[in-house]
Write a protein that binds this ligand. Structure first.
Ligand SMILES: NC(=O)c1ccc[n+]([C@@H]2O[C@H](COP(=O)([O-])OP(=O)(O)OC[C@H]3O[C@@H](n4cnc5c(N)ncnc54)[C@H](O)[C@@H]3O)[C@@H](O)[C@H]2O)c1
Length: 303
Protein backbone atom coordinates (compact mmCIF):
# COMPACT_ATOMS: atom_id res chain seq x y z
CA UNK A 1 0.00 0.00 0.00
CA UNK A 2 1.40 3.39 -1.02
CA UNK A 3 0.28 6.67 0.47
CA UNK A 4 -0.77 7.96 -2.96
CA UNK A 5 -2.43 4.81 -4.36
CA UNK A 6 -5.24 5.72 -6.82
CA UNK A 7 -4.03 9.33 -7.09
CA UNK A 8 -3.06 11.05 -10.33
CA UNK A 9 -0.29 13.64 -9.98
CA UNK A 10 0.85 16.21 -12.53
CA UNK A 11 4.33 17.57 -11.90
CA UNK A 12 5.65 20.44 -14.01
CA UNK A 13 9.34 20.71 -14.82
CA UNK A 14 9.72 17.05 -13.81
CA UNK A 15 12.31 16.09 -16.43
CA UNK A 16 15.21 16.84 -14.08
CA UNK A 17 16.10 18.46 -10.77
CA UNK A 18 13.58 18.74 -7.94
CA UNK A 19 10.59 17.90 -10.16
CA UNK A 20 12.11 14.59 -11.28
CA UNK A 21 12.72 13.50 -7.71
CA UNK A 22 9.15 14.42 -6.76
CA UNK A 23 7.83 12.41 -9.72
CA UNK A 24 9.86 9.35 -8.69
CA UNK A 25 8.90 9.71 -5.00
CA UNK A 26 5.18 10.07 -5.76
CA UNK A 27 5.30 7.14 -8.20
CA UNK A 28 6.96 5.04 -5.47
CA UNK A 29 3.92 5.83 -3.28
CA UNK A 30 1.56 4.53 -5.98
CA UNK A 31 0.56 7.73 -7.81
CA UNK A 32 0.17 7.71 -11.58
CA UNK A 33 2.26 10.56 -12.90
CA UNK A 34 2.09 13.11 -15.70
CA UNK A 35 5.70 14.16 -16.22
CA UNK A 36 5.70 17.63 -17.74
CA UNK A 37 8.85 19.28 -19.02
CA UNK A 38 9.59 21.61 -21.91
CA UNK A 39 13.19 20.40 -21.76
CA UNK A 40 14.90 23.73 -22.38
CA UNK A 41 17.92 25.56 -21.00
CA UNK A 42 18.07 27.20 -17.58
CA UNK A 43 17.32 30.59 -19.17
CA UNK A 44 14.14 29.24 -20.78
CA UNK A 45 15.45 28.97 -24.33
CA UNK A 46 15.27 25.73 -26.31
CA UNK A 47 13.28 22.55 -25.80
CA UNK A 48 13.82 18.79 -25.61
CA UNK A 49 12.17 15.47 -24.80
CA UNK A 50 13.63 14.88 -21.32
CA UNK A 51 10.17 14.16 -19.84
CA UNK A 52 10.19 10.83 -21.71
CA UNK A 53 13.28 9.70 -19.82
CA UNK A 54 11.54 10.14 -16.46
CA UNK A 55 8.45 8.35 -17.78
CA UNK A 56 10.73 5.43 -18.68
CA UNK A 57 12.29 5.47 -15.19
CA UNK A 58 8.86 5.32 -13.55
CA UNK A 59 7.72 2.48 -15.81
CA UNK A 60 10.95 0.60 -15.08
CA UNK A 61 10.12 0.70 -11.37
CA UNK A 62 6.66 -0.72 -12.10
CA UNK A 63 4.76 2.59 -12.03
CA UNK A 64 2.50 4.34 -14.52
CA UNK A 65 3.42 7.63 -16.18
CA UNK A 66 2.69 9.76 -19.23
CA UNK A 67 4.76 12.50 -20.78
CA UNK A 68 3.75 16.11 -21.55
CA UNK A 69 6.18 18.55 -23.16
CA UNK A 70 4.03 21.72 -23.19
CA UNK A 71 5.21 25.03 -21.83
CA UNK A 72 3.56 25.98 -18.54
CA UNK A 73 3.77 29.64 -19.55
CA UNK A 74 0.91 29.26 -22.03
CA UNK A 75 -2.78 28.82 -21.21
CA UNK A 76 -3.00 26.00 -23.77
CA UNK A 77 0.00 24.31 -22.11
CA UNK A 78 -1.72 24.38 -18.70
CA UNK A 79 -4.91 23.00 -20.23
CA UNK A 80 -2.95 20.20 -21.91
CA UNK A 81 -1.65 19.01 -18.51
CA UNK A 82 -5.17 18.30 -17.28
CA UNK A 83 -6.02 16.73 -20.64
CA UNK A 84 -2.98 14.41 -20.51
CA UNK A 85 -4.04 13.31 -17.00
CA UNK A 86 -7.63 12.70 -18.10
CA UNK A 87 -6.68 10.90 -21.34
CA UNK A 88 -4.18 8.57 -19.66
CA UNK A 89 -5.49 8.11 -16.14
CA UNK A 90 -9.10 9.37 -16.10
CA UNK A 91 -8.65 12.07 -13.45
CA UNK A 92 -6.35 14.45 -11.62
CA UNK A 93 -5.76 14.85 -7.88
CA UNK A 94 -2.38 16.52 -7.38
CA UNK A 95 -0.67 19.44 -9.15
CA UNK A 96 2.93 20.34 -8.35
CA UNK A 97 3.84 23.67 -9.97
CA UNK A 98 7.60 23.22 -10.01
CA UNK A 99 8.84 24.29 -13.51
CA UNK A 100 11.24 27.20 -13.47
CA UNK A 101 13.95 29.21 -15.21
CA UNK A 102 16.44 31.91 -14.21
CA UNK A 103 17.67 35.10 -15.85
CA UNK A 104 19.66 36.80 -13.11
CA UNK A 105 20.67 40.42 -13.60
CA UNK A 106 20.61 43.52 -11.44
CA UNK A 107 17.78 45.93 -12.20
CA UNK A 108 20.27 48.19 -14.01
CA UNK A 109 20.79 45.54 -16.69
CA UNK A 110 17.48 43.67 -16.68
CA UNK A 111 15.70 44.27 -19.95
CA UNK A 112 12.03 43.64 -20.67
CA UNK A 113 12.66 40.19 -22.22
CA UNK A 114 14.42 38.98 -19.02
CA UNK A 115 11.55 40.29 -16.89
CA UNK A 116 8.80 38.84 -19.10
CA UNK A 117 10.39 35.39 -19.55
CA UNK A 118 10.80 34.77 -15.82
CA UNK A 119 7.38 36.14 -14.86
CA UNK A 120 5.81 34.05 -17.67
CA UNK A 121 7.23 30.70 -16.55
CA UNK A 122 6.91 31.15 -12.79
CA UNK A 123 3.99 33.45 -11.99
CA UNK A 124 1.87 33.13 -15.12
CA UNK A 125 2.87 29.45 -15.28
CA UNK A 126 1.22 28.90 -11.89
CA UNK A 127 -1.95 30.57 -13.21
CA UNK A 128 -1.94 28.61 -16.51
CA UNK A 129 -1.64 25.21 -14.81
CA UNK A 130 -3.73 25.89 -11.71
CA UNK A 131 -6.81 27.41 -13.32
CA UNK A 132 -7.88 24.35 -15.39
CA UNK A 133 -7.23 22.14 -12.34
CA UNK A 134 -9.30 24.42 -10.07
CA UNK A 135 -12.16 24.48 -12.58
CA UNK A 136 -12.01 20.69 -12.88
CA UNK A 137 -12.15 20.38 -9.07
CA UNK A 138 -15.22 22.62 -8.90
CA UNK A 139 -17.07 21.13 -11.90
CA UNK A 140 -16.56 17.54 -10.69
CA UNK A 141 -16.67 18.27 -6.95
CA UNK A 142 -13.33 16.43 -6.84
CA UNK A 143 -12.62 16.70 -3.11
CA UNK A 144 -9.30 15.98 -1.39
CA UNK A 145 -7.07 17.40 -4.14
CA UNK A 146 -3.67 18.92 -3.49
CA UNK A 147 -1.80 21.81 -5.08
CA UNK A 148 1.83 22.41 -4.19
CA UNK A 149 3.46 25.58 -5.51
CA UNK A 150 7.11 26.59 -5.72
CA UNK A 151 8.38 29.81 -4.21
CA UNK A 152 11.93 30.66 -3.11
CA UNK A 153 13.86 32.52 -0.43
CA UNK A 154 14.72 34.85 -3.30
CA UNK A 155 11.15 36.19 -3.19
CA UNK A 156 10.43 35.57 0.49
CA UNK A 157 13.65 37.11 1.88
CA UNK A 158 15.05 38.97 -1.18
CA UNK A 159 18.19 38.24 -3.19
CA UNK A 160 20.48 40.59 -5.11
CA UNK A 161 20.23 40.25 -8.90
CA UNK A 162 16.86 38.49 -8.98
CA UNK A 163 14.20 41.22 -9.22
CA UNK A 164 12.29 39.25 -11.89
CA UNK A 165 12.57 35.88 -10.12
CA UNK A 166 12.03 37.33 -6.63
CA UNK A 167 8.90 39.19 -7.78
CA UNK A 168 7.51 36.02 -9.37
CA UNK A 169 8.34 33.88 -6.33
CA UNK A 170 6.80 36.36 -3.86
CA UNK A 171 3.77 36.52 -6.17
CA UNK A 172 3.47 32.74 -6.05
CA UNK A 173 3.26 32.86 -2.24
CA UNK A 174 0.40 35.37 -2.53
CA UNK A 175 -1.27 33.33 -5.28
CA UNK A 176 -1.15 30.26 -3.04
CA UNK A 177 -2.70 32.05 -0.06
CA UNK A 178 -5.65 33.10 -2.23
CA UNK A 179 -6.13 29.65 -3.81
CA UNK A 180 -5.98 28.02 -0.37
CA UNK A 181 -9.07 30.08 0.50
CA UNK A 182 -10.82 29.51 -2.82
CA UNK A 183 -10.37 25.71 -2.87
CA UNK A 184 -11.02 25.11 0.85
CA UNK A 185 -14.71 24.44 0.26
CA UNK A 186 -13.73 21.43 -1.90
CA UNK A 187 -11.47 20.00 0.81
CA UNK A 188 -8.42 20.77 -1.33
CA UNK A 189 -5.21 22.15 0.11
CA UNK A 190 -2.78 24.62 -1.45
CA UNK A 191 0.69 24.95 0.04
CA UNK A 192 3.94 26.60 -0.98
CA UNK A 193 7.42 25.12 -0.93
CA UNK A 194 10.56 27.17 -0.40
CA UNK A 195 13.17 24.65 -1.52
CA UNK A 196 16.94 24.51 -1.53
CA UNK A 197 18.74 21.89 -3.62
CA UNK A 198 21.84 21.44 -5.71
CA UNK A 199 20.54 21.27 -9.28
CA UNK A 200 21.55 22.73 -12.63
CA UNK A 201 19.84 25.91 -11.43
CA UNK A 202 22.03 26.35 -8.36
CA UNK A 203 25.27 24.44 -9.06
CA UNK A 204 26.49 27.07 -11.59
CA UNK A 205 25.97 29.81 -8.96
CA UNK A 206 28.29 27.90 -6.63
CA UNK A 207 30.81 27.30 -9.41
CA UNK A 208 30.76 31.00 -10.35
CA UNK A 209 31.95 31.69 -6.78
CA UNK A 210 34.82 29.26 -7.42
CA UNK A 211 33.26 26.57 -5.18
CA UNK A 212 33.31 22.99 -6.43
CA UNK A 213 30.31 20.80 -5.65
CA UNK A 214 31.40 17.41 -4.32
CA UNK A 215 29.57 14.09 -4.67
CA UNK A 216 29.04 14.14 -0.90
CA UNK A 217 27.29 17.49 -1.18
CA UNK A 218 25.06 16.14 -3.93
CA UNK A 219 24.08 13.39 -1.49
CA UNK A 220 23.43 15.73 1.41
CA UNK A 221 21.99 18.65 -0.58
CA UNK A 222 20.40 17.22 -3.71
CA UNK A 223 16.77 17.46 -4.84
CA UNK A 224 15.98 14.08 -3.26
CA UNK A 225 15.69 15.93 0.09
CA UNK A 226 12.76 18.05 -1.14
CA UNK A 227 10.75 15.17 -2.64
CA UNK A 228 9.56 13.45 0.59
CA UNK A 229 8.21 16.72 2.01
CA UNK A 230 6.22 17.46 -1.17
CA UNK A 231 4.99 13.85 -1.29
CA UNK A 232 3.84 14.06 2.34
CA UNK A 233 1.97 17.32 1.66
CA UNK A 234 0.16 15.50 -1.17
CA UNK A 235 -0.94 12.67 1.12
CA UNK A 236 -4.09 12.17 3.18
CA UNK A 237 -2.11 12.90 6.37
CA UNK A 238 -1.75 16.54 5.23
CA UNK A 239 -5.50 17.11 4.75
CA UNK A 240 -5.68 19.84 7.40
CA UNK A 241 -2.61 21.79 6.25
CA UNK A 242 -3.25 24.57 3.76
CA UNK A 243 -1.96 28.07 3.01
CA UNK A 244 1.44 27.29 4.56
CA UNK A 245 4.97 27.92 3.33
CA UNK A 246 7.25 24.98 4.05
CA UNK A 247 11.00 25.43 3.70
CA UNK A 248 13.04 22.32 2.97
CA UNK A 249 16.65 21.75 1.98
CA UNK A 250 19.44 19.30 2.85
CA UNK A 251 17.55 17.42 5.54
CA UNK A 252 15.99 20.54 7.05
CA UNK A 253 12.23 20.99 7.12
CA UNK A 254 10.70 24.15 8.59
CA UNK A 255 7.69 26.40 8.47
CA UNK A 256 7.90 30.05 7.36
CA UNK A 257 6.32 33.08 8.92
CA UNK A 258 3.53 34.66 6.90
CA UNK A 259 2.96 38.43 6.62
CA UNK A 260 1.23 39.66 9.80
CA UNK A 261 0.96 42.99 11.61
CA UNK A 262 3.41 42.78 14.48
CA UNK A 263 2.59 46.04 16.27
CA UNK A 264 0.32 48.99 15.43
CA UNK A 265 -1.01 52.32 16.71
CA UNK A 266 -4.44 53.82 16.03
CA UNK A 267 -5.63 57.44 16.18
CA UNK A 268 -8.70 59.15 14.83
CA UNK A 269 -7.03 62.20 13.24
CA UNK A 270 -4.36 62.30 10.54
CA UNK A 271 -0.90 61.36 11.72
CA UNK A 272 1.46 64.32 11.95
CA UNK A 273 5.04 63.91 10.76
CA UNK A 274 6.26 64.72 14.29
CA UNK A 275 4.14 61.89 15.71
CA UNK A 276 5.52 59.51 13.06
CA UNK A 277 9.06 60.61 14.09
CA UNK A 278 8.23 59.06 17.48
CA UNK A 279 6.13 56.02 16.48
CA UNK A 280 7.99 54.68 13.44
CA UNK A 281 11.12 53.75 15.42
CA UNK A 282 8.86 51.85 17.86
CA UNK A 283 7.42 49.86 14.93
CA UNK A 284 10.89 49.10 13.57
CA UNK A 285 12.00 48.03 17.06
CA UNK A 286 9.03 45.64 17.32
CA UNK A 287 9.91 44.21 13.90
CA UNK A 288 13.53 43.65 14.93
CA UNK A 289 12.44 41.90 18.14
CA UNK A 290 10.10 39.73 16.08
CA UNK A 291 12.91 38.85 13.63
CA UNK A 292 15.17 38.00 16.55
CA UNK A 293 12.54 35.71 18.13
CA UNK A 294 11.97 33.95 14.77
CA UNK A 295 15.72 33.45 14.34
CA UNK A 296 15.78 31.75 17.74
CA UNK A 297 12.71 29.56 17.29
CA UNK A 298 13.58 28.80 13.63
CA UNK A 299 17.03 27.38 14.32
CA UNK A 300 16.86 23.70 13.39
CA UNK A 301 16.54 21.12 16.16
CA UNK A 302 18.34 17.86 15.44
CA UNK A 303 16.09 14.81 15.35
N1 LIG B 1 17.28 24.43 -6.64
C1 LIG B 1 17.06 25.31 -5.68
O1 LIG B 1 17.84 25.48 -4.71
C2 LIG B 1 15.82 26.15 -5.72
C3 LIG B 1 15.70 27.19 -4.77
C4 LIG B 1 14.54 27.94 -4.76
C5 LIG B 1 13.53 27.65 -5.66
N2 LIG B 1 13.67 26.65 -6.58
C6 LIG B 1 12.56 26.39 -7.50
O2 LIG B 1 12.34 25.00 -7.57
C7 LIG B 1 11.84 24.66 -8.87
C8 LIG B 1 12.68 23.54 -9.48
O3 LIG B 1 14.01 24.02 -9.65
P1 LIG B 1 15.26 23.07 -9.99
O4 LIG B 1 16.37 23.55 -9.12
O5 LIG B 1 14.85 21.66 -9.96
O6 LIG B 1 15.58 23.56 -11.49
P2 LIG B 1 15.92 22.72 -12.83
O7 LIG B 1 16.37 23.70 -13.83
O8 LIG B 1 16.78 21.56 -12.49
O9 LIG B 1 14.48 22.14 -13.25
C9 LIG B 1 13.46 22.99 -13.71
C10 LIG B 1 12.76 22.27 -14.86
O10 LIG B 1 11.69 23.11 -15.34
C11 LIG B 1 11.62 22.96 -16.74
N3 LIG B 1 10.96 24.11 -17.38
C12 LIG B 1 11.44 25.36 -17.51
N4 LIG B 1 10.57 26.14 -18.16
C13 LIG B 1 9.49 25.36 -18.44
C14 LIG B 1 8.26 25.60 -19.09
N5 LIG B 1 7.96 26.81 -19.59
N6 LIG B 1 7.38 24.59 -19.18
C15 LIG B 1 7.67 23.36 -18.69
N7 LIG B 1 8.84 23.07 -18.09
C16 LIG B 1 9.74 24.05 -17.96
C17 LIG B 1 13.09 22.85 -17.18
O11 LIG B 1 13.21 22.24 -18.47
C18 LIG B 1 13.70 22.03 -16.06
O12 LIG B 1 13.74 20.65 -16.38
C19 LIG B 1 11.85 25.96 -9.67
O13 LIG B 1 10.58 26.55 -9.63
C20 LIG B 1 12.85 26.80 -8.93
O14 LIG B 1 12.64 28.17 -9.15
C21 LIG B 1 14.81 25.90 -6.63
Amino acid sequence: MGRLDDKVAVITGAGRGIGRDIALAMAAEGARIVVNDLGGNTDGTGSGMIADGVVDEIRAMGGEAASNTSSVSEVSGGESLLQTALDNFGGMDILVNNAGILRDKSIFNMDEADWDAVIAVHLKGHYCCSRPFAQYIRENNRTGCRMINFSSVSGLFGNFGQANYGAAKAGIAGFSRVLALELAKYGCTVNTISPGALTRMTIPLREARGEEVSTTELDTGGPQHVAPVVTWLASEEAASISGQIIHCASGLVGIMQQPAIIKSFQKSELWTLDELDKRMPELIEAKQANDEAARGSGAASSV
